[in-house]
Each structure stands twice: as structure tokens, then as C-alpha cells.
Design a protein around this ligand. Structure first.
Ligand code: PLP
Length: 218
């Protein structure tokens, strides 16, 4: 299957899931996750009109995206992987949305880089929704404090992002993330990947991050 055909399929399924959930299809954005795939692999999606992309590594994205973004200025690049504080400036220069704010020590460097570059990017708070020891994201109990700290630092947190535990029904975790974001009157819920984006849409996702269903297995 070509990636352009895959894109049509994913879009159609997103549309269908939205209607089933009584939601408008425009309420959910598709982020095409292109990690490990080359610029050549991404090009057919750009040609098909896809403009939102996600990468999980600053360095890999830095090799792939500046040339593409120069050609297509309306591309919106989302950081969806762990961000080291010492890469905050690189990330701010390259990305348009940072989905992985997850700890107090990252907030200062990120806010400083945005001030210095005068690029005040929208951010999401990544939540460790399954309370898994090895997983990124802040603990559920830390969400209020992190939101308050980000606000003080001038960081615009517009939503929450999470990856539910592997091998469990994701629906309760999506519902919990939605509840947390809603409690804090946040507008965006980044949840749902190739295996579960339709369920995520039914539980209120506004941003799905889809890789392998578009590009094939990594
Ligand atoms: C890789 C990745 C995705 C996409 O996963 P697929 O299962 O390939 O759709 C989504 N979100 C994050 C944070 C990822 O790292």
C-alpha cells in the first residue's frame, strides 16, 4: 500500500469514528508520526496535503525537517518524544508544538529558549496515565503543580498528552486523560496511535498521533 492510500484510509476511519461519537471530524487533528522514516518517505504525504507531522527525537528531526519546512512553510511539526533540557533551544527552533512537557526541571529551560528566540510555542503536558515506573510523563498527582509552574513561567499549556500502557484496554486511560484535561479546562487531548486512534476519538481525542498505519512497520 502506498502511504497516500494509507492516509486516505486513516482519514476515512477518523471521519467515521467522529460521526459515531457524535463529534465533528474537524475536531480531531491527525499528526503523521514520521520517526525513523526518511524525507523521501514523507514526501507523498505532503503531496497529498498532510501538513502536521510528529517526531520523537530532536536530532533526527533536525536532519530531516528544516529543508522540508523551508519548502512548505505551513508544515506544523510536533515533538512527541522525551525532551532533554539541554536540547530545549534546538527543539524550540525546530518544532511548532511541544507535546512532552513532563517535569519541573524542563519548564525553565523551555520558557527561556522561547523568550530568547521569541517563539512562544503551544505545549502539552505529558501525563504518565498508567503510572508506569519506566514511562515518560508526569505523575497524575503532579499535574496541578506542573500546570501552575508552567503558567508562572509563561509557558502556554493547551492540553494533555499520554501513551496508555501496552497490552491493556486503552479506553479507560483515554477517559482518565480526558477527565484530567477537562478538570483543568484544557482544550487539547493528544491520545490515540495506529492501534487505537478510533477508540481515542470516541473518548474525546483532539489530536491523534499515527505512525505505522501510514508508513508501515518500523
Ligand atoms: C511512535 C509514536 C507514535 C506512533 O505510533 P504508531 O503505533 O506507529 O502509530 C505515537 N506517539 C508517540 C509518542 C510515539 O512515540
Amino acid at each position: 500500500m502506498s502511504v497516500a492510500v494509507n492516509l486516505e484510509t486513516v482519514r476515512a476511519q477518523m471521519h467515521h469514528a467522529s460521526l459515531l461519537a457524535g463529534r465533528t471530524p474537524e475536531a480531531t487533528q491527525l499528526i503523521a508520526v514520521s520517526k525513523t522514516f526518511s524525507a523521501e518517505a514523507v514526501q507523498p504525504l505532503i503531496d497529498a496535503g498532510q501538513r502536521r507531522f510528529g517526531e520523537n527525537r530532536v536530532q533526527e528531526a533536525g536532519q530531516k525537517w528544516p529543508a522540508l519546512k523551508a519548502l512548505y512553510p505551513d508544515i506544523e511539526l510536533h515533538l512527541i518524544g522525551h525532551l532533554q533540557s539541554n536540547k530545549a533551544a534546538d527543539a524550540v527552533a525546530l518544532f511548532d508544538v511541544i507535546q512532552t512537557v513532563d517535569r519541573p526541571s524542563l519548564i525553565g529551560p523551555l520558557a527561556k529558549a522561547m523568550d530568547q528566540q521569541n517563539r512562544h510555542l503551544p505545549c502539552l503536558l505529558q501525563v504518565n496515565i498508567g503510572e508506569e515506573p519506566q514511562k515518560g510523563g508526569c505523575a497524575l498527582a503532579d499535574v496541578p503543580a506542573l500546570l501552575a509552574q508552567a503558567k508562572t513561567a509563561g509557558l502556554a499549556i493547551g492540553g494533555v498528552m499520554a501513551i496508555p500502557p501496552v497490552g491493556l484496554d486503552p479506553a479507560p486511560f483515554f477517559a482518565l486523560l480526558h477527565k484530567i484535561g477537562h478538570r483543568h479546562t484544557l482544550a487539547h487531548f493528544s491520545m490515540g496511535m495506529s492501534a487505537d486512534y478510533e477508540i481515542a476519538i470516541q473518548t474525546g481525542s483532539t489530536i491523534v498521533r499515527v505512525g505505522s498505519a501510514l508508513f508501515g512497520t518500523r
